[in-house]
Design a protein around this ligand. Structure first.
Ligand code: HEM
Length: 459
């Protein structure tokens, strides 16, 4: 496999990259079809490419070794917050958007909620909600599978993390989220927090949607403070956040801080997983061989009962299916960092403040690491293949100290939900339904995913 050239004497020149001509066309191409753009840049310029855009120096990083260098080895020279101005409008100063000592403190406070034993305790709830969903389905019905997957991950997030039933609010939350996400590109502009206050249609809708989401979360906090003051008997995340104390000064979190963390987990914890599930059903429906093998494994391992945490090691093909699905359609399709000081990379020296863009979307479709990169081949994920694959050739959950805190949660949820649904249902794409990836905050299906559902005859 190719390795990047590493020179001992970096020079301050930038690697070649896409040119801006005429003015603004790069910005246009990037914002119009970022997925195509990222892959073209990777194919044309290789491991490192650079360009200037809107007064910024951008580096496109397309090699696992460089990605590791930024996310892990030299992570101290990078920050995320500047590029996250827009996300902060929604998530406040939660784990995803906070930085430095504050981030470290919050991460330490929250880590226990994501420990292995606690995650295992969530398995039953995950399966229960997937089972409820599949019971509501009717043979021959046509559904928007992306909406269905959002419903199930939303109710799982609500129950496991906050101990509440959000199913009744799912429609409301879903609408609010869609509006917030749709205005995402608009709020990418500088001074987004000022612009957001302007009474312009999409901005006002985004703000209103955020206020509705806030109301839901503050409602949950108020319920906890009233009914369980000063204890975390329920042991779920929201209770933990409410009573968590700083080791040094004994301080606790304000409602606002709890809201920020709760909103972060709530959104990060279901939107991404819903996307991964949606893409999985699409891909499986396009590949009869994969579908047959998936059903065979689920039937053989479960023998008609609901899956549990103990079944997960035996559901290796199900895991291969979701692994391969997140390779082709990684929900977090781009990860960005800004260099604090000048950063040597390969044979170049990136100036301070350079923005580094690392795209799982582009990296995961690199033929140097994945043969037939555009084909959905879950069987490729053998133990030998995984062992030989360089770390960060596949990185749907990022890496280093900012790696997804919910990774184990997500894997468990994906495997259990796919197994539960595949046990009873086959999903078929509605003919002529256009499946178009839409890279907003996460990688969605632009027009949803219209599928017809068919009961499997397993008896
Ligand atoms: C398929 C599902 C998921 C994917 C693909 C995913 C992906 C990611 C990625 C790539 C990052 C790092 C971003 C960066 O470095 O800039 C991240 C961070 C994070 N994720 Fe996830 N995630 C998923 C599910 C979850 C779940 C289920 C939860 C919570 C229950 C969660 C909570 C978080 C949080 C709080 C962070 C910020 C961590 C920090 O900065 O310390 N995610 N996720």
């Amino acid at each position: 496999m190719a390795s990047p050239a590493v020179s001992s004497t970096p020079v301050t020149s930038l690697p070649p990259g896409p040119k801006i001509s005429p003015i603004g066309s790069l910005t246009y191409r990037f914002s119009r079809d970022p997925l195509k753009f990222l892959r073209t840049v990777a194919r044309t310029y290789g491991d490192l490419a650079s360009c200037r855009m809107s007064g910024e120096v951008l580096f496109f990083v397309n090699h696992p070794q460089h990605i590791r260098d930024i996310l892990v080895t030299n992570h101290r020279n990078f920050t995320k917050s500047r590029g996250l101005e827009r996300t902060k409008l929604l998530l406040g100063n939660g784990l995803l958007t906070s930085e430095g000592a504050f981030h470290l403190r919050q991460r330490r406070l929250m880590q226990p909620a994501f420990h292995r034993e606690r995650i295992a305790a969530y398995a039953r709830t995950m399966v229960q909600h997937a089972d409820e969903l599949r019971r509501q389905w009717r043979d021959g019905a046509t559904l928007d599978v992306s909406q269905e997957m959002t419903r199930v991950t939303l109710s799982i997030a609500g129950k496991t993390l906050f101990g509440v039933d959000v199913e009744s609010q799912a429609r409301e939350v879903g609408r609010a989220l869609t509006e917030v996400m749709e205005s995402f590109w608009l709020s990418m502009m500088p001074f987004a927090s000022v612009i957001e206050r302007l009474p312009v249609g999409p901005m006002r809708r985004a703000r209103d949607a955020r206020e509705r989401l806030d109301a839901i979360i503050y409602g949950m906090i108020a319920e906890r403070r009233a009914n369980h003051p000063g204890n975390n008997v329920r042991g779920d995340l929201l209770s933990m956040l409410l009573v968590a104390q700083d080791e040094d000064d004994g301080s606790t979190m304000t409602d606002r801080q709890v809201r920020d963390e709760a909103m972060t987990i709530f959104l990060a914890g279901h939107e991404t997983t819903a996307n991964a599930l949606t893409w999985t059903w699409y891909l499986v429906s396009q590949s009869p061989d994969v579908e047959a093998r998936l059903h065979e494994e689920v039937d053989r391992v479960l023998q008609g009962r609901l899956p549990g945490v103990a079944d997960i090691p035996s559901l290796a093909f199900v895991e291969g299916v979701v692994t391969e699905s997140m390779r082709l359609y990684p929900p977090a399709w781009i990860i960005g960092r800004r260099a604090i000081a000048a950063h040597p990379i390969g044979e170049y020296l990136a100036p301070a403040r350079t923005i580094f863009l690392m795209s799982p979307w582009a990296m995961h479709r690199d033929a140097r690491f994945f043969s037939e990169p555009d084909r959905f081949l879950p069987a490729r994920w053998t133990p030998e293949f995984k062992a030989a694959l360089p770390k960060f050739a596949y990185f749907p959950f990022g890496g280093g100290p900012r790696q997804c805190i919910g990774e184990s949660f997500a894997w468990m949820e994906l495997v259990l939900v796919v197994a539960t649904i595949a046990q009873q249902w086959k999903l078929r794409l509605v003919p002529d339904h256009a499946v178009v990836p839409q890279p907003v905050v996460t990688l969605r299906t632009k027009h949803g995913l219209r599928m017809t559902i068919h009961a499997r005859n397993t008896k």
